[in-house]
Design a protein around this ligand. Structure first.
Ligand code: ZN
Ligand code: ZN
Ligand code: FE
Length: 762
């Protein structure tokens, strides 16, 4: 008789809400092991006894083949005196919160559940809230830890007998599925008018909403992390109405299609894109539109890309199948406000946009927008990391001595909490341009702190004193506050994602970020090592005429660059651009330029893109940030080879990339009648060349051969792919963002990284 051993195994990581205990149960029972498993605040505790070799094999299996959505960060195991257990059971969680565990992400409806949803013989046939141990809502319904039904917004729904039996049956695929529900006992649908008066319920509510969509009307739909605004994506009238009412002129809307095939009919899909679309995150994926794409032009005006996602809740599956055509699914908000989650708030804010509400009675605990991704240089990259990913942690190489909070930037805000060696980047909070967004940031930090059981006392924030995120940081109790330069944070985030701790050359190109000299930076080459950085090169300064407002006036940026080259009086120049100015505007700009009124210095690459876009006649007025730069990218002909050369001057402090030589070349090409497709391509090629030029010079001086490309400008696929290819050809190791966006959504992670490195130095 082999010896009986007992072991207590503590598994830490993402192990709650992902079917971990049922998995452990089945593996133990299969091997005839006895004992119990339960959630504890640190993760999952398995107390198990059996023969030594069986136990060893059991532990190995748990470690190496955990459930699909689990992520184990550590396994600790100790032996204990055997106590003759006679069975294996799952114990209810003990309410100990000394060190809270990870919180799981929301997981798209699994294939088994979709099958049941459309099986007339199933008791959950057509039930919009079905889920199982392997899928369903998690983060967006969670109110506390450990993850248990009582601490979710499902706590108000008492399980019926049948559901309870499934929940308690270890052989059932809904064993311990916390949000388990059925038509008997779970949440239910309602359709209401904009005054909240009920129009229909259950199946009739769905049918009514489908009919409204098909009739070209706008339906506000309560989803997982907030409301969407939906309409028929093939109807120009419906999409036009939605645009008008939402007060958003050109920002693209995302659409939802029933499945991969339906997406494929609209857009070009590679293998990677198809996988990304169908992944359990179910992000919005940017896809290239096909020639005769039947989607209304107004969905993504002037944009060769279309944001497409697949259904990720049972309600979406039912709706899309019934509508039988692609549907616009855009955030349920007014313009730039946060997405609505609360029912009364939704009616209040969306009542003038939507015709009908399709809603339900399961509250949303955590606001969470859809994630946005694309395939770039052969692998998935984030444009927005949110639903389906948050709050999964990013593992760091070293442990933070104490919890750290990075409050993020001003636009596309996220925040980041670091606990030990895990960085929890929040869902997308949005642009902190209004009090709604600011409140969402404070709420979010509060929620995260609670769910993760940490109260950070070290707070990292941007250098900019007027960002609302900075104000939030200054208003919180802290033992230490660390101001992190914007582009330093961009580079640090990229390095952290790749676990790189040696020095890197960060190429940080974006719209704006306050520099250490008071100028507005944005075309930066920073040599980053640990908590420090050295600005080794940057785009030459020009005055930002009229300050930050220039973001919406690419033509003004062009004027600033022209004045820097040709002097303040532009009357001698004959360019099509001069028509873009109102009467007297050029004279006003001249005075601003000469007297340096409201015109801080800027080295912004985003603004240089704007200037070239305007000069080339592509875009002179931008309705949203980055529009002119994007239009220039889209206009560029990838087959054009020539390039505009930057003069690089070697000053005492840094290399300076003079924009003047590029501007003069653009002006010459415009005068020669070159089309925007050529000018745009030559500009992109010129940037590629100067990136390589600077990287080679810096490597010669310092030996640093690792280059991180970061900042919102690298959302530009053309520039990124060209720069990567050219750098790799010269023997550089290139880092692109893979875990957080290259735009300001990744700043919070970088701020936290710099703060951690700073503490390590102390
Ligand atoms: Zn399922
Ligand atoms: Zn039930
Ligand atoms: Fe930035």
């Amino acid at each position: 008789m082999a010896q009986v051993m007992r072991r207590r195994i503590v598994i830490e990581g993402l192990v709650q809400g992902v079917g971990f205990r049922p998995f452990v149960y089945r593996e133990a029972v299969r091997r005839g092991l006895h004992g119990h498993v339960r959630n504890v605040s640190a993760g999952v505790l398995i107390d198990v006894e059996g023969q030594a070799d069986v136990l060893r094999e059991f532990t190995r299996h748990i470690r190496t083949s955990p459930p699909l959505h689990a992520a184990i960060s550590s396994v600790r195991s100790e032996s204990a005196p055997p106590c003759a257990y006679t069975s294996f059971v799952i114990e209810e969680s003990a309410d100990e919160a000394e060190n809270a565990t990870l919180v799981s992400n929301d997981i798209a409806t699994c294939d088994d559940c979709v099958r049941e949803l459309f099986d007339p013989a199933d008791r959950r046939f057509g039930y919009p809230f079905l889920n199982c141990t392997a899928c369903g809502p998690r983060f967006t319904i969670q109110q506390g830890v450990p993850y248990d039904r009582a601490r979710t917004t499902m706590s108000g729904f008492a399980m019926c007998g049948t559901c309870r039996a499934e929940y308690e049956n270890p052989e059932d695929r809904r064993f311990h599925a916390q949000p388990i529900a059925c038509p008997e006992c779970g949440p239910s649908l309602r359709a209401t008018a904009t005054d909240m008066a009920e129009l229909a319920s259950e199946r009739t509510a769905l049918a009514l909403s489908v009919a409204e969509l098909l009739a070209g009307r706008i339906v506000a739909i309560k989803g997982l992390g907030g409301y969407h605004l939906a309409c028929d994506a093939t109807s120009p009238e419906a999409v036009g109405t939605l645009r008008n009412r939402k007060n958003r002129e050109t920002k693209p809307f995302a659409i939802m299609t029933a499945d991969v095939d339906a997406a494929c009919a609209l857009c070009e899909l590679g293998v990677e894109e198809a996988e990304l679309l169908a992944s359990s995150t179910r992000p919005i994926v940017l896809l290239r539109k096909r020639e005769n794409c039947p989607i209304a032009d107004d969905v993504a005006p002037g944009n060769p890309w279309l944001g497409v996602m697949l259904p990720y809740t049972p309600l979406h599956h039912l709706l899309l199948r019934a509508v039988g055509r692609p549907v616009v699914m855009t955030s349920g908000n007014r313009s730039d406000e946060p997405i609505a989650t609360d029912d009364a708030d939704a009616v209040d804010r969306l009542g003038r946009i939507a015709d009908v509400f399709l809603t339900h009675d399961r509250p949303i605990a955590v606001r969470c927008d859809d994630s946005v991704m694309r395939v770039q240089s052969g692998a998935p990259a984030f444009l927005r990391r949110s639903r389906g990913c948050a709050p999964l942690p990013i593992l760091m190489k070293s442990r933070a001595a104490s919890p750290v909070l990075g409050v993020g930037g001003h636009l596309k805000n996220t925040f980041c909490l670091v606990r030990e060696d895990q960085a929890f980047v929040s869902q997308h909070i949005g642009d902190l341009e209004n009090l709604h967004a600011y409140a969402a940031l404070l709420d979010g930090i509060d929620q995260f702190s609670k769910l993760l059981g940490v109260a950070p006392r070290v707070i990292a924030h941007d250098l900019h004193p007027d960002y609302l995120s900075t104000r939030a940081a200054l208003g919180m109790p802290a033992t230490r506050r660390i101001a992190v330069q914007h582009h330093h944070a961009h580079v640090a985030a990229c390095a952290l994602e790749h676990g790189v701790s040696e020095p890197v050359l960060g190429v940080a190109f974006d719209g704006t970020g306050l520099g250490t000299d008071g100028a507005i930076w944005g075309g930066e080459f920073l040599l980053v090592e640990k908590h420090r950085f050295e600005r080794v090169a940057h785009l030459g300064y020009v005055p930002l005429l009229g300050g930050e407002g220039a973001v919406r006036h690419p033509a003004r940026m062009a004027a600033a660059h022209l004045m820097a080259v040709y002097g303040a009086d532009l009357r001698g120049l004959t360019l099509p651009l001069t028509d873009a100015f109102a009467r007297g505007e050029l004279e006003l700009l001249r005075q601003m330029y000469e007297r340096r009124l409201h015109s801080p210095h800027t080295s912004s690459m985003g603004r240089l893109f704007d200037a070239v876009s305007a000069l080339a006649g592509v875009c002179t007025v931008a309705r949203h940030e980055g529009e002119a730069a994007m239009a220039l990218e889209f206009a560029s002909d990838p087959a054009t080879t020539g390039s505009y050369g930057f003069d690089v001057s070697d000053t005492a402090d840094a290399l300076v990339l003079e924009p003047a030589s590029v501007i003069a070349a653009v002006v010459a090409d415009v005068a020669a009648g070159e089309p925007p497709s050529t000018i745009g391509a030559r500009f992109h090629n010129g940037l590629r060349d100067v990136i390589v030029d600077v990287a080679v010079r810096v490597r010669a001086r310092t030996g640093v051969g690792c280059v991180a490309l970061t900042g919102g400008v690298f959302q530009n696929v053309l520039l990124t792919e060209r720069a990567v290819a050219a750098l790799v050809a010269r023997g550089f190791k290139v880092l692109l963002h893979r875990r957080v966006p290259c735009n300001d959504g990744g700043l919070s992670l970088g701020q936290a990284a710099v703060a951690c490195a700073t503490m390590e130095m102390a």
